[in-house]
Design a protein. Structure first.
Length: 632
């Protein structure tokens, strides 16, 4: 697992944040004395003197390293490698000497110690139920003490050399919520307990009280509480965790015990996304708001039920989707796809095709590719992994909670979709038609998902091996699969078909007439004859009739049938019906290659039925105004 040295960390931390932003294409605007913002996000404030940023809407900030973590979504290791990997001479390294107008923090201002720690001991052991031995051990080590003036608990955070860098205070009054950081306290260092040097795991908490509670629970389970690494982040400062990881490069696993409220869970997910690519991470939530309150609930319940177990009061959470580390290898992916697919580019734009195919395809560090699935906000919520260099035809789902069809829009205008469970065919056939990859092509819900996410689709073909159950049963018109597909055709008013396809069929594929033929209206006849008939035998006003004929909504064809045309939002003819007005019974027939919505179909049939009844003197229950105002 990649790591970094203390020197690399300090070098990265010293990169001037404004220089980094300028060299990476960010749009910076000055908004005050020593204050800048980003045009992309005006809630971000940048202070070049302190070399820090703060993102007000997210309530998070820090150095250039934290900017890469929080804003760019990089892990700690990635951020340090990026800032070291660039030509550092191009960046302005912060001068370590004091500069004008820079507030230089002195030592943490600690209050005087009380002659004893009785109030602290009583509060922690009685009110907070923390083990007495653990409290006394932390007092002896100087990590906590009682201040003389107010009898608050003072929590002291130290660096790896045992220098005091951070301190906070908390009231020992049971019903008081008073707490705060002390003057010159550096949030780059939290309250921590270092465990055994060989221990490669660290437990992370929001508060020092929760940290001590965890130590108490460990001791209660018969473990040596001094063996484990623990750190509290105060206001969830990533900087404190970064410093701990810099000081303890042996760490491989993080266990998050953050508060169980909405904010705590949100921060747990944020920490996971920042560190999940470099460390094994578990996220644990508790029954009550925080670990200490949950511990007290457990102790109270155990008094009435001796069989109560603390494991029932915690829960390991499912982790959010973690976008894998992506390499900047689009050119290599493109070259490999060209050799694999061997597409004939005589009639299409090669560059457009590969730009389209590579939009959501990336290469990972393990030389496998990944297709990312994004939500409506553009956030990655899942993905498929592809062993591309071994030409695997199937994809592995990265996040089993999110399985969506992978849709590839053709560079040509197409309202047809080819569905495959074979990624190579999906990509190869995308040159002239929309294609879609699905893991389980037998699941007909894929049809619903494709239509739901892609408006305007009027034809879907499923390409499967002829030996599969789906293909065989579709050939039988009495099978449930055949009936289900026909039901979906009627539901969405589209054409659905199933075709024989093997994994390498794309190599010899000759384009057939899979795509729906364009609708062509029937040849016009003497529309004046129809006009006179409607004028004499219906109650449709003359002006309205003229509009219908002038706009080509109705006319008479060469067979003397009345034709109703349906248009799309662009005014193009997309379908129609013909009505034999001279028949004794209404004969309404859909014209070939008509694919319209259910609503359009119902409105057209209603109007045709009304006109037929009016011409033939049949009582009509539909109001004329309603029918004549139908927008065809």
């Amino acid at each position: 697992m990649a790591r970094f040295t203390q020197e690399e960390y300090e070098k990265a931390r010293g990169v001037n944040i404004l220089d980094y932003l300028n060299s990476n294409g960010y749009n910076i605007k000055k908004v005050g004395n020593n204050e800048y913002t980003l045009l992309e996000h005006d809630s971000i404030r940048i202070n070049p003197v302190r070399n820090t940023f703060f993102w007000n809407s997210q309530n998070v900030g820090g150095s250039t390293i934290q900017f890469l973590q929080v804003y760019e979504g990089k892990s700690l290791v990635e951020a340090i490698n990026i800032l070291n990997g660039k030509s550092i001479s191009n960046f302005k390294i912060q001068n370590k000497q004091p500069e004008k107008n820079i507030e230089i923090k002195g030592d943490v201002v600690l209050p005087k110690k009380n002659i004893d720690n009785k109030r602290v001991q009583a509060y922690l052991t009685k009110s907070r139920k923390i083990d007495f031995e653990i409290v006394n051990s932390l007092i002896k080590s100087g990590n906590i003490y009682e201040d003389k003036e107010n009898h608050n608990i003072i929590f002291v955070g130290k660096d790896k050399d045992n220098n005091i860098k951070y301190a906070s205070k908390r009231s020992t009054l049971t019903n008081s919520s008073f707490k705060g950081d002390l003057k010159n306290s550096d949030k780059d260092f939290g309250f921590r307990i270092n465990g055994a040097k060989c221990n490669d795991k660290v437990y992370i908490f929001e508060s020092a009280i929760d940290l001590m509670t965890h130590a108490t629970i460990s001791k209660g389970l018969g473990k040596d509480w001094k063996e484990d690494n623990r750190i509290s982040l105060g206001c969830l400062s990533f900087k404190a965790l970064d410093n701990f990881l810099v000081d303890n490069t042996n760490i491989k696993e993080l266990v998050l015990f953050l508060d169980s409220d909405e904010e705590g869970l949100k921060n747990a997910n944020k920490l996971y996304k920042n560190y999940g690519n470099d460390y094994k991470i578990d996220i644990i939530t508790v029954k009550n708001k925080d670990l200490n309150q949950t511990w007290q609930d457990y102790l109270n319940d155990k008094e009435s039920n001796i069989n109560t177990k603390f494991v029932d009061y915690i829960k390991y959470l499912d982790k959010p989707f973690l976008e894998p580390k992506i390499l900047d290898n689009k050119e290599r992916l493109k070259n490999h796809l060209e050799n694999m697919l061997d597409i004939n580019f005589d009639y299409i734009d090669k560059e457009k095709v590969y730009k389209n195919l590579l939009e959501n395809l990336f290469e990972k560090e393990d030389r496998k590719a990944v297709f990312l699935i994004k939500d409506e906000k553009g956030q990655s919520i899942g993905g498929y992994e592809w062993d591309i260099y071994n030409k695997d035809y199937k994809l592995n789902l990265l996040n089993k909670g999110v399985e969506k069809p992978l849709f590839f829009k053709s560079i040509e205008n197409s309202e047809c979709v080819f569905l495959y469970d074979n990624i190579v065919s999906t990509l190869a056939m995308n040159t002239s038609v929309n294609t879609c990859y699905v893991n389980n092509i037998d699941n007909l819900d894929n049809i619903d998902n494709v239509i739901k996410d892609n408006k305007g689709i009027d034809t879907i073909f499923l390409f499967v091996d002829k030996n599969t159950k789906l293909y065989k049963e579709y050939q039988n018109q009495n099978s449930q699969i055949y009936k289900d597909i026909k039901a979906k055709e009627n539901q969405y008013n589209i054409k659905i078909g199933i075709e024989d396809w093997s994994k390498d069929s794309y190599k010899g594929f000759i384009k057939k007439n899979y795509i729906k033929d364009k609708f062509i209206p029937k040849q016009k006849g003497d529309s004046n004859e129809l006009y006179q008939t409607l004028l004499q035998k219906t109650n449709i006003p003359k002006q309205r009739l003229l509009e219908l004929f002038r706009n080509n909504v109705i006319y008479q064809d060469i067979d003397k049938n009345m034709v109703f045309l349906i248009k799309d939002e662009k005014g193009q003819d997309v379908g129609g019906y013909e009505l034999n007005i001279n028949s004794k019974k209404p004969e309404i027939k859909k014209l070939e290659n008509t694919y319209i919505s259910k609503e359009q179909e119902e409105e057209t049939l209603n109007l045709a039925t009304y006109i037929f009844k009016d011409i033939n003197g049949i009582s009509n229950t539909l109001g004329i105004e309603k029918n004549l105002e139908i927008e065809l």
